[in-house]
Write a protein that binds this ligand. Structure first.
Ligand code: NAP
Ligand code: ZN
Length: 349
């Protein structure tokens, strides 16, 4: 079927209205009428070819929520009318150790929601800046939040799981001091989630203007990371710092804040590398630098249910499809509290 979408024809071109083809639902497929789609900084990296390998036309979007509008004959878990979400994964090999462990995000055959290989036209996946998407039921998530909150649930599908998974893996919880660096889409979810898990949360921001707002999100303390004195006051005190910053920066400034055996986990994915950190900053306190990629499907469902139970959604600014390019420019200036979400109804025009 032909549907409306928004995407780019080249890395140096703005996004524009496109018509794209979706497959008809197969036996195991769920067809979703998209209601809202969040704008992740990864969308910008990919569509502007800041990361290698972007194929054009590129239709980004992997924070998708909507209602089921059709299901294949073999689908057992979903029915027409259900509220559902699609995150960053639409397929994987389904039989490697990672898939068997429910960690499809680490499968070598993981297919991203956009720019991933597919037999469908045009040969790579096209994402959620579109009216409909058809996905194998294994990768469809159930949404248990009230329907009125649907737009603010969308960012949980990437920003939520990308922060939830490392917070769980490195045991954020009572008695643990957790830092979250970069208060954008990911970072603001990291603060809310670490707070709900019971950790002592410190927000690191480069934006003085976010000081009060970060507290309102659940941060116990806020540090402006450009201020050396404020940083020094937290030396050798963190169990975990989650770094969501979308640009290269000095990692040593954060490593020095970790206590013995503390971990700096990178989730931000800038297109050019961070300057290499000092070895002594690692060996003297047995500190670690780690990375984490989104999360598997079972953990994404766990995160959505945790958020529904704790009343957690993203703080969003709803935009029309024709405002996506402006939203990208504002995201680059950290001028959004904290996630743009596209109202997919505006794709109809
Ligand atoms: P975002 O909304 O733009 O937030 C990034 C934040 O980083 C900004 O709000 C800003 O916070 C801080 N920052 C400081 N200096 C910056 C600079 N020079 N340029 C840009 N940001 C700067 O982005 P996001 O959607 O949260 O994504 C963050 C990063 O994570 C991106 O690189 C994205 O591709 C990546 N990502 C990774 C995964 C994964 O699985 N690992 C998943 C999704 C996204 P302050 O104003 O508070 O300083
Ligand atoms: Zn994302």
């Amino acid at each position: 079927m032909l549907i409306n979408a928004y995407g780019a024809l080249a890395g140096d071109k703005p996004l524009e209205p496109l018509r794209i083809t979706r497959r008809s639902p197969g036996a195991h497929d769920v067809q979703i009428d998209i209601a809202y789609c969040g704008i992740c900084h990864s969308d910008l990296h990919q569509v502007r070819a800041e990361w290698a390998g972007t194929r054009f036309p590129c239709v980004p979007g992997h924070e998708i929520v909507g209602r089921v509008s059709a299901v294949g004959a073999q689908v057992s878990g979903f029915k027409v009318g259900d509220l559902v979400g699609i995150g960053c994964i639409v397929d994987s090999c389904k039989h490697c150790p990672e898939c068997e462990a429910g960690l499809e995000n680490y499968c070598d055959g993981m297919v991203g929601t956009y720019n991933g290989p597919t037999p469908d036209e045009p040969g790579w996946t096209l994402g959620g800046y579109s009216q409909k998407i058809i996905v194998h039921e294994r990768y469809v998530l159930r949404i248990r939040h009230p329907a009125e909150q649907l737009a603010a649930v969308a960012p949980l599908l990437c920003a939520g799981i990308t922060t939830y998974s490392p917070l769980r893996h490195w045991n954020a919880g009572p008695g643990r001091k957790v830092g979250v660096a970069g208060i954008g889409g990911l970072g603001h979810m990291g603060i809310k989630l670490a707070h709900a898990m019971g950790a002592h949360v410190v927000a690191f921001t480069t934006s003085d203007s976010k000081r009060e707002a970060a507290r309102a999100l659940g941060a116990n303390e806020v540090v402006v990371s450009r201020n050396a004195e404020e940083m020094a006051a937290h030396a050798k005190s963190f169990d975990l710092i989650l770094d969501t910053v979308a640009a290269p920066h000095d990692l040593d400034a954060f490593l020095g804040l970790l206590k013995r055996d503390g971990t700096l986990t990178l989730v931000g994915a800038p297109s050019t590398p961070h300057p290499a950190p000092g070895v002594f900053n690692l060996i003297f306190k047995r500190r670690a630098i780690a990375g984490s990629l989104i999360g598997g499907i079972p953990e994404t469902q766990e995160m959505l249910d945790f958020c529904a139970e704790h009343g957690i959604v993203a703080d969003i600014e709803l935009v029309r499809a024709d405002q996506i390019n402006t939203a990208y420019e504002r995201m680059l200036k950290s001028d959004v509290k904290y996630r743009f979400v596209i109202d997919s109804a505006t794709l109809a025009a």
